[in-house]
Design a protein around this ligand. Structure first.
Ligand SMILES: Nc1ncnc2c1ncn2[C@@H]1O[C@H](COP(=O)(O)OP(=O)(O)OP(=O)(O)O)[C@@H](O)[C@H]1O
Ligand SMILES: [Mg+2]
Length: 363
């Protein structure tokens, strides 16, 4: 059993609040990902959990025990860092065995644990090598192995994949997911990469300037982001944010969007009716546009192509409409000339409405 409870945790550097009133429960066996832009306080929060950074106010509890004043070695957590921090003069075996030796475990037990972890990570052939004889992905697995042999209550990982190339990052990502599913160790994982967050986390915590913006499973974050910050951070290419104005005619709400009058679908009618705002920000993901079958039909947007990028399976088309940029993702291969006018329709059931003045989702 290892649940983690952050209760109103704050941390300032000088006068600057870096982590602000952070409250979160990570359930036993859960894989939770902290995601947010550089400098938003992810590492600081993780380091407070590991005991490497003091907490200014609030409490952190692991397994029901408040650990604010518990030294790192007594918290039963193992941390994997971005730079692996392997001992260069030691073999892979010794790197993995080091923490067990410090604890005074006996030789046979150490050997057994290291071999078992090495087998899981498929590095059993590499145990006699030194770090400089390993690839980035292999070093990464050794760093994971060092954490696994300790059989901690909690794994903490701070951007452990950021030194790897794109292909390897994908592979090791899958390995970490499988490993965590097998070991069922409660894990907090930090990244600024939204793809990692979406693919790895049972739940994702989106952080901005030290403040939690939303905590949810990946699909909920994708479909119902609480504000334009979360909406813009999750998903690539990013969601389009388009200014629009509501217009009520006989109890029915229309949206004036990109020069088109759009009938709001039933579900969104009741949403806008609950709010007094006329100025909205409409969130439309690039993949919710498609080429219009018949440009003469109502609710067809006409935009001008600025740049078209064929990515293989998809084509990303950067367009504009009266200086408002609109990014469209079409499945399949297309090549548009720059300046060409294309006609689009939108999947209205998938759009998100935010209040223009504060960017919060209308619910
Ligand atoms: N020891 C320190 N003294 C002063 N300010 C610090 C210290 N450590 C971090 N900061 C500041 O605290 C803020 C949060 O830093 P933190 O390392 O937690 O961000 P992060 O979300 O991990 O970012 P990144 O994605 O770049 O790793 C940043 O503005 C950083 O400059
Ligand atoms: Mg960091």
């Amino acid at each position: 059993m290892a649940a983690i409870v952050f209760d109103s945790v704050c941390k300032n550097y000088g006068a600057k609040p870096v982590v602000n009133n952070f409250s979160l429960t990570v359930n036993d066996r859960e894989f939770v990902v902290f995601v947010g832009p550089s400098g938003c306080g992810k590492s600081t929060t993780l380091r407070m959990l590991a005991g490497l950074e003091a907490i200014d106010s609030g409490t952190i509890a692991i397994n029901g025990r408040v650990v604010n004043d518990v030294p790192p070695k007594d918290r039963d957590v193992a941390m994997v860092f971005q730079n692996y921090a392997l001992y260069p003069h030691m073999t892979v075996f010794d790197n993995m065995a080091a923490s067990l030796r410090w604890r005074g475990a006996d030789r046979a037990a150490i050997r057994e644990k290291v071999l078992a972890a090495a087998k899981i990570l498929q590095i059993d052939e590499l145990l006699d090598r030194r770090p400089h004889q390993l690839s980035g992905g292999q070093k990464q697995r050794v760093a994971m192995g060092r954490a696994i042999v300790r059989q901690p209550a909690v794994f903490l990982m701070d951007e452990p994949l950021s030194n790897l190339d794109a292909k390897l990052r994908g592979e090791v990502r899958t390995e970490i997911i499988k490993l965590q599913r097998n070991l069922k160790t409660t894990t907090v994982y930090v990244t600024h990469d939204q793809t990692e967050a979406m693919t790895m986390g049972d739940r994702i915590v989106v952080i901005r300037d030290g403040v939690i913006q939303q905590v949810a499973d990946p699909l909920t974050l994708y479909l119902s982001p609480q504000n334009t910050f979360v909406a813009g951070f999750i998903g690539a290419p990013a969601m389009n944010f388009l200014p629009a104005e509501t217009q009520w005619i006989d109890e029915f709400c229309w949206l004036n969007l990109l020069g088109v009058k759009l009938a709001l679908p039933a579900g969104l009618q009741s949403v806008v009716a609950r709010h007094p705002y006329r100025q909205l920000t409409v969130g439309i993901r690039p993949e919710y546009f498609r080429l219009a079958d018949d440009p003469s039909l109502a609710e067809t947007f006409s935009v001008r192509v600025v740049l078209s990028e064929m990515l293989g399976a998809d084509t990303i088309v950067h367009c504009d409409h009266n200086d408002q940029s609109v990014v469209v993702k079409l499945s399949g291969q297309f090549s548009f000339r720059s300046g060409e006018v294309v006609h689009l329709s939108v999947d209205k059931s998938r759009i998100n409405l935010f209040a223009a003045h504060d960017g919060n989702l209308l619910t």
